[in-house]
Design a protein around this ligand. Structure first.
Ligand code: KIV
Length: 287
């Protein structure tokens, strides 16, 4: 399962301690071990083969085929319109690219809420047709029955609490959740329900760092945060955001590692100039 202990690697000239153990393949059990040993879990999104290849090669632990593909890949305003067939298509492409990471696939809106039988058949369809390793769904107590039914088929389930974008029309805004005591208590209660139901991990989105840390300390399963501070067991970001491919979206929690929107736009501009000026192709770029 693992190769060496206390591995070090050179990244951008700095020596960085990246892992306590080097895992060849990430499973849900590896994530639980990371939680136990205090190794932080890294998670990013991917929706296609090429991006998944890059992210997996970079050593990410978990790739989330997020329903954020509804916004990022399909240009919808919310995550609601993406279909099961579209999610399966994205996930199958990601799975074909990945050697090491655990691939978690979001169950899209309307495929699991309020009907545990449908939830099970949606989850089975995802696993069968995409080859993904686990599913993720949003909600607390209200989706308990769906989670338990999916688990009967041996499909690992990741929970998602806090800001749950599939409920945007209920909440009305994408602002920080559970700032008030009542909502914070409900979130803690829901987190315990998800753990008890058998979820192997939990995403906490856009909640106060103090609350997120409390949840992570309370639960034995890994808690992976996005906009939930550093006191949780791992971090997830949307790859297109952290690479700077998107540029309209700048929440406080987002760290951009590249500015690909500017770099790629500039590359396109230079290509246009080269084509128009007949500089491209040159003598060495033709047969
Ligand atoms: O769909 C998604 O990308 C997500 C992450 C923001 C956690 O659910």
């Amino acid at each position: 399962m693992f190769l060496i202990s206390g591995s070090l690697s050179f990244i951008t000239g700095k020596i960085m301690s990246v892992a306590k153990k080097e895992f060849k393949k990430i499973t849900t059990h590896v994530l639980q071990e990371m939680k136990r040993t205090g190794e932080k879990i890294s998670m990013l999104t991917a929706y296609d083969y090429t991006m998944a290849k890059i992210v997996d090669a970079g050593g990410i632990d978990v790739i989330l085929v997020g329903d954020s593909s509804s916004n990022v890949m399909h240009g919808h305003e919310t995550t609601l319109p993406i279909t099961l067939a579209q999610m399966i298509d994205h996930a199958a492409a990601v799975v074909r690219a990945v050697d090491r990471a655990l691939v978690v696939v979001d169950m899209p809106f309307g495929t699991y809420q309020g009907n545990s039988k449908e939830a099970l058949s949606s989850a089975i369809k995802i696993m069968k047709e995409s080859g993904g390793h686990a599913v993720k769904l949003e909600g607390g107590k209200e989706v308990k029955e769906s989670i338990e039914r999916i688990l009967t088929a041996g499909i690992p389930v990741m929970g998602h609490l806090g800001l749950t974008p599939q409920s945007i029309y209920k909440f009305g805004t994408y602002s920080v959740r559970a700032k008030e005591e009542e909502e914070a208590n409900k979130l803690m209660e829901d987190a315990r329900v998800l753990e008890k139901s058998g979820c192997f991990a939990l995403v906490l989105e856009k909640v106060p760092a103090v609350l997120a840390e409390k949840v992570a300390k309370d639960l034995a399963i890994p808690v992976i945060g996005i906009g939930a501070g550093g006191g949780v067991d791992g971090q997830v970001l949307v790859t297109h955001d952290m690479m700077g491919m998107t540029h309209e979206f700048s929440p406080r929690f987002l760290r951009r590692y590249l500015n690909l929107y500017a770099d790629m736009t500039d590359a396109v501009k230079r290509y246009v100039v080269d084509v128009k000026s007949t500089d491209f192709p040159n003598i060495n770029e033709q047969y």
